[in-house]
Design a protein around this ligand. Structure first.
Ligand SMILES: Nc1ncnc2c1ncn2[C@@H]1O[C@H](COP(=O)(O)OP(=O)(O)OP(=O)(O)O)[C@@H](O)[C@H]1O
Length: 189
């Protein structure tokens, strides 16, 4: 059985990766991530269609024009993106339920497609706690921390306005994980 795509969003540092790691560890064959497109060159050992869909700049721009992407961005001179087809392929080719970990813009974009996704928001207990988790993770400069905390406020507003099917507050990790499973398995996946 393959379920509808599940879109997980929430501010950076709210615990999405931590929760998804637990889910993939408990259910190694059930869920999958979509394969992104990129214009960067493959690194040794990387396989086309597995690690990325390696795409020329010309083809990537064409896909943008044709509205084939849920989200795309440019980092250090290369394009990266998640295509609608890549999400469909998780169900059709990989026979798994697709999990998408994306931001608010991505959520809005998925809503415009025919993917029939379910939307889950992971909220931090508070902005203060979010800030201290990001500091604790040790991955942020003062600038990137301020940027992530600023973006969090907009994400939380959107969630409050009812942008998702379910909101889970990640206070106690095991409790949040139990709620995540309850939501995911509330229909066949
Ligand atoms: N319930 C929790 N209580 C305390 N700390 C937590 C909890 N959940 C996650 N953390 C910690 O918070 C930090 C951020 O978590 P994580 O990296 O999973 O966030 P994220 O939402 O995936 O962020 P990003 O979108 O930037 O990838 C990590 O150091 C993680 O160990």
């Amino acid at each position: 059985m393959v379920g509808r795509p599940i879109v997980i969003s929430g501010p950076s540092g709210t615990g999405k990766s931590t929760l998804l790691k637990k889910l993939f560890a408990e259910y190694p064959d059930k869920f999958g991530f979509s394969v992104s497109n990129t214009t960067r060159k493959p690194r040794p050992g990387e396989k086309d269609g597995v690690d990325y869909h390696f795409t020329t700049v010309e083809d990537f721009k064409k896909l943008i024009e044709e509205n084939k992407f849920i989200e795309w961005a440019q980092f250090s001179g290369n394009y990266y993106g998640t295509s609608i087809k890549a999400v469909e392929d998780v169900a059709e080719v990989m026979k798994r339920t697709c999990i998408l970990d994306i931001d608010m813009q991505g959520v809005k974009s998925v809503k415009k497609t025919n993917l029939g996704a379910r939307f889950l928001f992971i909220s931090p207990p508070s902005i203060e706690e979010l800030k201290s988790r990001l500091e604790g993770r040790g991955t942020e400069t003062p600038e990137s921390l301020a940027k992530r905390v600023g973006a969090a406020a907009a994400e939380m507003e959107y969630a409050k306005a009812g942008g998702h099917d379910k909101v889970i507050v990640n206070d106690d990790l095991n409790k949040a994980y139990a709620e995540l499973k309850e939501f995911i398995f509330s229909e066949p996946v």
